[in-house]
Each structure stands twice: as C-alpha cells, then as structure tokens.
Design a protein. Structure first.
Length: 251
C-alpha cells in the first residue's frame, strides 16, 4: 500500500476536487508568479484563502508539517541569510556579524512567499489525480508548435508520481542507516553522501523498472484525447483568482 504524504492525491468531494484541472493549473501558475510581487498584507490574505481550502478538503496541515521538515529548515536558513546579508539598522551583533532590522523584514517576507507557494502546491497535489494533470498539460501545450505535448505531459505526470516514492525511499534509507548506527556520524558531508548515493540508485532502478513495464504493456503516446468535466464553478474561480492575483501585485 502506498504511503500517504502531503503530495499524494486524496479522494474527496471538496470544491477543489470537483474543479476542472485546467482551471486549477492555470490559477496555480498565475498566483505563484504574482506572489513574488506581494507584500505582507496580500501574502496573509492568500494564506487565509489557502487555509479555507485546506479546511474544505479536510486536511490538517499542522499534523503533517513533519513531512516538510527539510523545506522548513531551508526556510529558516533563508531567513538567517537575509537577516545578516542585507545592510540596515543592526538589531544585535554577534562575532562581528550584524543582524539588521531590514534584513529580518525582507527575510520574513521571502520565507512567507515560499511557504505560501508550497501550501498552494500541496493543495493542488492532494486534489488532482496525476492522470488529470497529464491531460491538462497536454491540452495546454497542444497549440504550441514544435512541442511534443503528449510526451511532455507524460514526463510531468511521472515526475509528480515519483516524488512521494522518492520521499518514501529516502525515509527507508535513513531508517536503514540508523539501524546500523549511521546517525552517530556527525560529519554532515558524509551523512549527505551516504544518503544520496543509495537514494539515487533506488530512484534509477525504479525508473528503469517503470520503463520496462511501460514497454511490456506496449505503451504508445498516440492515444485518444482526454475528456474534461466541468463543475460549473470554473468561471467564479477564474474571477476570484484574477482578483487575488491583482491584490498580490498591487498590495
């Protein structure tokens, strides 16, 4: 049985589950671009909107934050680097390294933007089947000349499908090393190398097995174009998404 992660599709009947995948994909791309122009007020507005949809999907994000441990660590490092790198009014100084007020403000804004994008991506992942995403990408790329839309759609779909598998394999490798007292080694470089090499090997083996399985089943790109089912709320979501994107850019 596949392990359930924050990036795994979960069945449901929420507003986002019933929404057309093309609408969700376009709005995700649009808001992800606009968020980098947003200030604190509009970022917090977006966060409240995402929290509403998490509640509507019956997903408790706080109980699943352990799955984002490495991403949260990255955000902390980003905040620290901006706090000490940006010149301004020093808040305190330690070993000739000054933490500035301007740096902390800019770091907090940057961290909140990236965290919001991650929350939006999680919502998209848990409410969208990989096959539906493949169909949407194929539909969106079909008018683009010289782009093999079916091949690109399959690649993106497989990449998203492999993400939970890679996370699960990383946990398996980490547990195996802990069973062999590998966690007692305090050298961070050795720990990263000993984790990454077995993980890469497992990932490549899984990819080869998938390719062999697809060939054995005579997989062919030339298939019937997908059918999409509208929920009737796509227009309302588009209007709301455009208003939200405008708020992210202007406020």
């Amino acid at each position: 049985m596949a392990e359930l992660t924050l990036f795994t599709y979960r069945k449901g009947d929420s507003l986002l589950h019933l929404l057309d995948v093309r609408c969700k994909f376009i709005l995700l791309c649009l808001t992800s671009i606009c968020i980098f122009k947003a200030h604190f007020s509009s970022v917090f507005l977006f966060i409240f909107v995402l929290i509403f949809f998490f509640i509507n999907c019956r997903i408790n994000l706080l109980k699943n934050l352990s799955g984002l441990a490495f991403f949260l660590l990255l955000l902390v490092l980003m905040f620290i680097s901006r706090s000490v790198a940006l010149p301004g009014d020093p808040v305190f100084t330690l070993f000739d390294i000054s933490v500035t007020k301007q740096g902390m403000t800019d770091g907090a804004l940057m961290v909140s933007r990236f965290f919001t994008i991650m929350m939006a991506g999680i919502l998209f992942s848990i409410t969208t089947r990989p096959a539906s995403l493949k169909n949407a990408i194929q539909w969106l790329l079909k008018p683009v000349p010289f782009v093999p839309e079916k091949r690109v759609a399959v690649m993106v779909s497989l990449a998203l499908t492999f993400l939970p598998l890679i996370l699960r394999q990383a946990n398996q490798v980490s547990d195996a090393q802990k069973a062999r007292l590998g966690n007692l080694n305090k050298n961070p470089v050795k720990k990263i190398v000993r984790l990454s090499i077995p993980l890469l090997k497992k990932t490549f083996v899984s990819a080869d097995n998938l390719a062999f399985a697809m060939e054995a089943r005579c997989y062919d790109e030339d298939r019937t174009d997908p059918e999409f089912h509208l929920s009737g709320k796509e227009g309302l979501f588009f209007i709301g998404g455009l208003v939200l994107s405008a708020c992210l850019v202007l406020y």
